[in-house]
Design a binder for this molecule. Structure first.
Ligand code: MV4
Length: 445
């Protein structure tokens, strides 16, 4: 096992990773920007290295400074968390060259899954269902038109270098296609330095279901259940839950098999998530594969009893798969509520500031993952997520009731938060009945 791990991240996920390091007896190194000098992850780590000024590009995304911090502290591994460098194949490659263990998949797999059309082709070859669409990259608007005739409108143009909702364009009629293609290609070239486009049939009303996977360094891979992530705004998830109210046990088994097939096809190592779109009852298609630990991993931890970060550290150190597929069992129902420093009544404008009051909910079956503490600063330089409330109950009804209690109990002053929005969603009949698609939030609020 590693002696010392550097956490190349900040905020709640850095705190989360440091906690599992401590529990495994691994020394931890925090990195921080000048603005994060008083942040919780710096206080909890065994050592801390300042890697630059507030701006992420000069600190948390500054590869030479992050790698130097690992070198001077003698760290034998780096955990990237999510965001920042977590899915940067070049960074993973540099860690390998510097003989520092990157806790995640290989640079090659990060690169393949980061190219969404390559990922799609890989899944097609592996026998994982994909949405009807192009075989690889489109060579121009004419080919797109021909193909759209076969698959039928509406179609979705997607940038190979996009993902997470970036670089997508819906086209509803043929006479819009040429212009849409040229615009999307230019935007993708400008945004990602790559204009490759592919096409899929656009599935209007859909659910966003993702499957947690874990691969070891000996070719083994397991699936660890699904998460329903349909409650989202502009591709930012707000509420995640497991199990999905829409899945039968048969669906769950089928999705799990697809997800493991995806891992085996690329010899996947470490934690990852295979994203599916659910077009209808028992109708699933591969969307993307995320090669990182996700924000919403605690939902899976809650219903399985697994510590996914500890599992990541173990498999990255070369240990065999810590659990067998048959040992993966689910108990009860978990939900996660993302608490962002944003003002839901002002188009979710960021609301940084000093927490003059911070009293998170406690009591049975409520977990709070946060970097916040009373009087701390919620900084304007980074993501607005500052706390996650993960609630468990024997069933979805009990989890809803406990979630209302927990969110009502959460006292925060000094900034605006998404707590009021969550409380409204918890009173919404559609949400309560589990009848949610990715357009739920836009339609209901
Ligand atoms: C789709 C889709 C419908 N049809 N592809 C969004 C980001 C990435 N995970 C892939 N995404 C989607 N791809 C086809 N062929 C619907 C989504 C999607 C979505 C689209 C618009 C608005 C919100 C969305 C939330 C999740 C998924």
């Amino acid at each position: 096992m590693f002696k010392k791990v550097l956490v190349a991240n900040r905020g709640e996920i850095a705190v989360r990773i440091l906690r599992s390091c401590r529990e495994l007896g691994i020394n931890s190194v925090a990195v921080y920007s000048e603005a994060d000098r008083n942040s919780l992850h710096v206080k909890l780590a065994d050592e801390a290295v300042c890697i630059g000024p507030a701006a992420a590009t000069h600190s948390y995304l500054n590869v030479p400074n992050v790698v130097s911090a690992a070198e001077i502290t003698g760290s034998d591994a780096i955990h990237p968390g999510y965001g920042f460098l977590a899915e940067n194949a070049d960074f993973a490659e540099i860690c390998k060259k510097c003989n520092i263990n990157f806790i995640g998949p290989t640079a090659e797999v990060i690169d393949t899954m980061g190219n969404k059309s390559k990922a799609r082709e890989t899944m097609q070859k592996a026998g994982v269902p994909v949405v009807p669409g192009s075989d690889g990259v489109l060579d121009g608007p004419d080919q797109a038109k021909e193909l759209a005739k076969d698959i039928g409108y509406p179609v979705l143009l997607k940038a190979s270098a996009g993902g997470g909702g970036k670089g997508m364009r819906i086209v509803r009629e043929e006479d819009e296609l040429e212009n849409a293609f040229n615009m999307a290609q230019m935007e993708s070239q400008a945004a990602f330095g790559n204009g490759d486009m592919y096409m899929e049939k656009y599935i209007e009303t859909a659910r966003h279901i993702e499957v947690q996977v874990l691969g070891d360094h000996h070719g083994a891979a397991i699936h660890i259940g699904e998460r329903e992530c349909s409650v989202q705004r502009r591709h930012q998830k707000l509420i995640e839950e497991s199990p999905s109210p829409a899945l039968t046990d048969k669906d769950r088994k089928k999705l799990g098999e697809y997800a493991v097939r995806a891992c085996k096809a690329v010899n996947y190592r470490n934690a990852g998530t295979v994203e599916f779109i659910m077009a209808g009852p028992s109708e699933f298609y591969f969307m993307e594969m995320n090669t990182r630990l996700q924000v919403e991993h605690p939902v899976t931890e809650r219903i399985t009893g697994f510590d996914l970060v500890a599992m990541q550290l173990r498999v990255a150190a070369g240990e065999p798969m810590p659990v067998k597929q048959k040992d993966v069992r689910f108990h009860g129902h978990a939900m996660e509520f993302r608490i962002n420093a944003e003002d839901p009544d002002n188009d979710f404008a960021p609301s940084p500031g000093t927490l003059t009051l911070f009293e998170p909910p406690l009591g049975p079956f409520v977990r709070v993952d946060t970097m916040a503490y009373s009087s701390c600063q919620i900084l304007p330089f980074y993501d607005s997520l500052f706390a996650k409330i993960i609630v468990w109950g024997q069933n979805r009804h009990d989890t809803l009731a406990r979630s209302r209690r927990a969110l009502k109990e959460f006292a925060v002053a000094g900034i605006k938060t998404t707590i009021p929005l969550h409380l409204k969603i918890l009173e919404n009949e559609k949400f309560i009945s589990g009848d949610i698609t990715t357009s739920f939030l836009d339609e209901e609020f």
